[in-house]
Design a protein around this ligand. Structure first.
Ligand SMILES: [Zn+2]
Length: 332
């Protein structure tokens, strides 16, 4: 597979001296969906975190509905058709419906009611795996009770400013009769294109991270989000088809990625696991993970007109450098 990229040159006269300056940037085309992304020279668009998140956490903790003192009284319960206990618990993870519906079935699952503040360096395979398990179990229960709802995704807005309205770290699940726009676009990709994309990345090795058995991890060629990683799961098209071993394998990769983000100085991320209907032939369950700007007063949002309205990534962390930084951690 030929990866499409085009070098653009911009010329300006420098302020003051009037010296002619040439700047280059690269426009890359995503091999799966065809969306484009602009890769800029590094210019510090994503500064490392210097905000005291722990102090901010202590400030808002007394009102948090997901903390252990309040989770029972302040969060809603699943209907008895889905679960007689009203909540799904696995290890420390607790899943309950979202108070504000995003779809026919939307849920929230906290890593632990005791972990109001969970920096990415403290993520463990146990916390991530147990939380993913509640999401898978919930989506299975919904598909059994509501056969129309076949599109499941597992998502995260982790820590401000990722979009989370509540500070306490959690995942969010959506199970619906309709795909989201990106689920639809990915489900429309011909199966052989996934195959040749992965084969090309394996061959070049520039952005390829690891094959953990059933899951392949790589850095996006044309990222939408900074330090964007993608993973592809063989032989299943929906999270509901994941067995315990596969959930543990996914948790292993996700934990490595999030710990690596922490080492790179990031504390906030978005995640989407894009499920298609179960047993969709040739569609590999796949996910995308990207970090977000660090919080600070008057911080620069990493989501501006290009990202929001043009659906175009604007990235100053070259994917190949991200692969170098994150690769060692994955291969350790
Ligand atoms: Zn809390």
């Amino acid at each position: 597979m030929e990866f499409q990229r085009e070098l653009l040159i911009a010329e300006i006269l420098a302020p003051g001296s009037g010296e002619r300056i040439r700047q280059s940037l690269e426009v890359r085309v995503d091999p799966l969906t065809g969306h484009t992304s602009r890769i800029l020279p590094e210019q510090g668009l994503m500064p490392a975190n210097d905000f005291d998140l722990a102090a901010f956490a202590r400030e808002n903790q007394p009102r948090c509905p997901f903390c252990e003192e309040r989770i029972d009284s302040m969060t809603p319960r699943l209907t008895p058709e889905l679960d007689p206990g009203g909540r799904l618990v696995r290890g420390e993870a607790v899943l309950f419906p979202n108070l504000h519906a995003y779809s026919s079935h939307s849920c929230v699952s906290v890593y632990s009611p005791r972990l109001h503040y969970l920096p990415l360096g403290d993520m463990t395979e146990r916390l991530v795996g147990d939380n993913l398990s509640t999401q898978v179990e919930h989506a299975r229960a919904i598909m059994a009770a509501d056969p129309q709802s076949r599109w499941a995704s597992i998502n995260a807005n982790h820590m401000l400013p990722s979009g989370s309205s509540l500070f306490h770290p959690h995942l969010q699940g959506i199970v619906d009769s309709q795909p989201t726009t990106m689920q639809r676009m990915l489900a429309e990709v011909p199966p052989e294109r996934f195959e040749s994309y992965l084969a090309s990345e394996r061959h070049s090795g520039e952005r390829y991270l690891v094959d953990t058995g059933r899951v392949e991890w790589l850095v996006s060629f044309a990222p939408i989000a900074p330090a964007e990683l993608r993973a592809f799961v063989r032989r299943i098209s929906s999270s509901v088809e994941a067995d315990e071993d596969l959930i543990a394998e996914l948790a292993h990769g996700l934990t490595r990625a999030l710990n690596a983000y922490a080492e790179m100085g990031f504390e906030s991320f978005n995640l989407a696991v894009y499920g298609a209907p179960p047993a969709t032939d040739g569609y590999p369950l796949n996910l995308r993970l990207g970090c977000r700007s660090n919080l600070k007063p008057l911080y620069r949002s990493d989501s501006a007109f290009l990202e929001r309205l043009h659906w175009e990534g604007l990235i100053d962390l070259p994917p190949e450098r991200v692969a170098e930084e994150i690769g060692d951690r994955f291969r350790r």
